[in-house]
Design a binder for this molecule. Structure first.
Ligand code: PLP
Length: 447
């Protein structure tokens, strides 16, 4: 046995895969992906797919950039590994921290490195609680998050996240985390206008702060646009009201930039898009465009100063916090994003064009809403466009459309009956048209 059959068999017998039904996968066999270029991936049988999901929201720069491979090889030969624990640092890590600080909002100039977004949010959980202990307000330990948010799969990450199916496995959330309403107008807005609903959803934060006791609340955490939850773009009234509330009660604002960071919205960060003043920004994914695992937490200067000056030893970190190879790759990724004006192109051209293109699907009898910011988009599937009534078997139509699109060579994702798009930022106009054409064909066939 060789090639596809061999890899499928090895996976069947020895692999346990994340976020899938492993018993079903055993029967079906996994598709083997062997190579990629630009916005496309190929399987081991030679089939080509346009990847409208950039891997897992991460390959911002596109696949197959030899510059990233070259810096990884060079760094592996020169210094494949050294740590940051022994009062030591390595050149790519120092340079990457400086490069991130230059891109981040002006008041945020320090970075703590992790390997992933989940580890970044686990770090956040400890950092904010430590911060208030150091500020001599040790009772401030509650973190408020949102239902249907995604902040990762580690224990604290999944607890901060508001995914009920994740909480059900393993007895989450851990104590000290409260979840409030998400700003999902399409599903939860009822008869309210988006603007009214945005205010209502934001004021759920104030209500919860008052219910918990303002003196006990440490932080509020949210994604600028919820990604995995369904590319939920909050109404325009939402974020200004949230910003007002966290200021009023002196609560730390943690803006999870793992998806929105590094150009996805057409700005460097979702916080720039919504004009936010975060205290902490967890990052990952687009930082290295997925070429090497790396994440981190960008810290506001005031916050970092308290931890640095009052904590003594910071008793937290990972063997690979600031891995030099990942850091070199991330640095080169940021250089290319800047040098080629990729983020600007999303803001000025690709993002507005994508929104327009998605509008071509808005008249379809099964589509209740289309929405997009930058190269992040969603299509809501419904049984009744007027009432926004969903299909009775939630998720079936979404999965069907996703599978039909895949048959026609397009990778997109469905969460429930929402189709999600997050293509590489280097997507060209022709590929964008292909996404729309194939999605339309899938919708027609599913209808
Ligand atoms: N935060 C957000 C907003 C995410 O979308 C994700 C992953 O999708 C994470 C955190 C977790 O990142 P990772 O999968 O790198 O641990």
């Amino acid at each position: 046995m060789t090639g596809t059959a061999q890899w499928q068999q090895q996976a069947r017998e020895h692999l346990f895969q994340p976020f899938v039904d492993n018993a079903a996968l055993q029967r079906e066999g996994a598709r083997v992906i062997t190579r990629a270029e630009g916005a496309c991936i190929w399987d081991s049988d030679g089939n080509r797919f346009l990847d409208a999901f950039a891997g897992l929201w991460c390959v911002n720069i596109g696949y197959g950039r030899p510059e990233l491979a070259a810096v990884a090889a060079r760094q592996m030969q020169e210094l494949p590994y050294y740590n940051l624990f022994f009062k030591t640092v390595t050149p790519p890590v120092a340079e990457l921290a400086a490069a991130i600080a230059e891109l981040a909002p002006a008041h945020m100039n320090r970075v703590f490195f992790t390997n992933s977004g989940s580890e970044a949010n686990d770090s956040v959980y400890r950092m904010v609680r430590l911060y208030w202990q150091l500020q001599e307000q040790p009772e401030r330990q509650v973190i408020i998050a949102r239902h249907n948010a995604y902040h990762g799969s580690t224990v604290a990450g999944a607890s901060l996240g508001g995914m009920a199916p994740m909480h059900r496995q393993g007895g989450l959330p851990i104590p000290g985390i409260e979840h409030i309403q998400q700003p999902y107008w399409f599903d939860e807005g009822g008869d309210l206008s988006p603007e009214e609903f945005g205010l209502q959803a934001a004021r759920a934060l104030e209500e919860r702060i008052l219910a918990v006791g303002p003196e006990k609340v440490a932080a509020f955490i949210a994604e600028p646009i919820q990604g995995a939850g369904g590319v939920i773009i909050p109404p325009a009234t939402y974020w200004p009201e949230i910003q007002r509330i966290v200021r009023k009660y002196n609560i730390l604002l943690v803006v999870d930039e793992v998806i929105c960071g590094f150009g996805r919205t057409g700005e460097w960060f979702g916080s720039d898009y919504y004009d936010l003043q975060p205290d902490l920004m967890p990052i990952a994914k687009g930082l290295s465009s997925g070429y090497a695992p790396i994440g981190g937490v960008i810290m506001a200067d005031d916050f970092a100063t308290v931890l640095a000056e009052k904590a003594g030893d910071f008793n937290h970190g990972f063997t690979y916090s600031g891995h030099p190879v990942s850091a070199a790759v991330a640095l080169e990724n940021l250089r290319i994003l800047r040098a080629e004006g990729i983020v600007t192109r999303v803001r000025e051209h690709a993002g507005p064009r994508f929104r327009q293109c998605l509008q071509q699907l808005a008249d379809h009898p099964m589509v209740g809403e289309v929405r997009a910011v930058g190269l992040l988009g969603a299509v809501e599937l419904v049984r009744n466009r007027e009432t926004r009534e969903r299909f009775p078997q939630v998720g079936q139509t979404g999965a069907l459309c996703r599978d039909l699109a895949l048959e026609e060579g397009l990778v997109l994702r469905a969460t429930g009956d929402t189709l999600l798009f997050s293509p590489p930022l280097i997507l060209n106009d022709q590929q964008m048209d292909e996404i729309i054409k194939t999605t339309k064909s899938a919708l027609d066939r599913a209808w």
